[in-house]
Design a protein around this ligand. Sequence first.
Ligand SMILES: *Cc1c(COP(=O)(O)O)cnc(C)c1O
Length: 368
Amino acid sequence: MPRPIEALIHTDALAHNLARARQAAPDSRLWAVVKANAYGHGIERAYPGMRSADGFALLDLAEAERIRACGWRGPVLLLEGVFEPRDLELCSRLDLWHAVHCNEQIDWLAGHKTERAHTVVLKMNSGMNRLGFVPAAYRSAWARLNAMPQVESIVLATHFSDADGPRGIAHQLAAFEQATHDLPGPRSLANSAAILRHGTVPGVHSDWVRAGILSYGSAPDFPEHDIRHWDLRPAMTLRSQLIATQQLAAGDTVGYGSSFTAREPMRIGIVACGYADGYPRHAGTDTPVLVDGVRSGTVGRVSMDMLAVDLTPVPAAGIGSEVVLWGRAGNGEVLAIDDVARAAGTIGYELMCALAPRVPIRAVEAGA
Ligand SMILES: *Cc1c(COP(=O)(O)O)cnc(C)c1O
């Protein structure tokens, strides 16, 4: 028997979550954001659950080839655009839309020979200060692209830095609208947090929304809201089994560094999952887990291949018992990845993207 750890990708949950994005932004077209190998889920595994999208947005030419190989003929968008001039050849061949965020990318496109004019997504730096033209430079970039035979149409876009938090989006939205109000063309602004939180603000959903994290069943604004609030379902389950149990006496310690000391007699289980599987090492004692579908917590430090859990709430558990590190248990109980991420001082995005290659992954239609 192989080591009992595995990850399940729930295609029904992906479909449900995308339907939630549709419901939240009913008048917009929907990019399913599948960068970082579909946030760790695997593009090919996630694709069957995400076919209802209007397009796929990603970063890498190799990922674009993979989504085309899945059979997708609709729009595919390179969110950071091309990295060198010859990338444009593949854009022409695979019919990719690509972001244009700097003058060099416009120069490269001006020198590109193509029979098929491209759709480009002209990115504004409205305050995030990562990629894009500042508002004062945006219109001249637009005019330059608009005059080029290589360009068929121009989508106007920006990205919010604070759609999930207290600062909000008003300052960036105002900068965007001021510089674009009289420019033609479709618009794209909203990420998951803006889709769910700011849909009532005019102009935010616009023509295309870009749903990333919500598709995978993590709340973009956790802990203010959780997946139950947004009616999202975990698209990934990381599960393993107990491979040993230990009976502790008061004063016994657990694991490296003896960071946990039993205050009274207790039983613990040892789980075949450690940081070499992508489980966060910074998750301290009491990080939530599901043992046989019952909520319990970790005990002591996470080691490379193992971690310990408290069996007090599940006295019947023993070797072979199911342990869900995040996702759905066999009995239907759900442990949101966000709860685990918080205990480790990070966010759901990082945990799902960091699933280690040694963990076998398979797609399942429903449940476990
Ligand atoms: C990653 C990304 C998104 C998706 O963000 P989520 O918070 O995961 O919804 C949207 N737009 C751009 C430009 C991105 O890079």
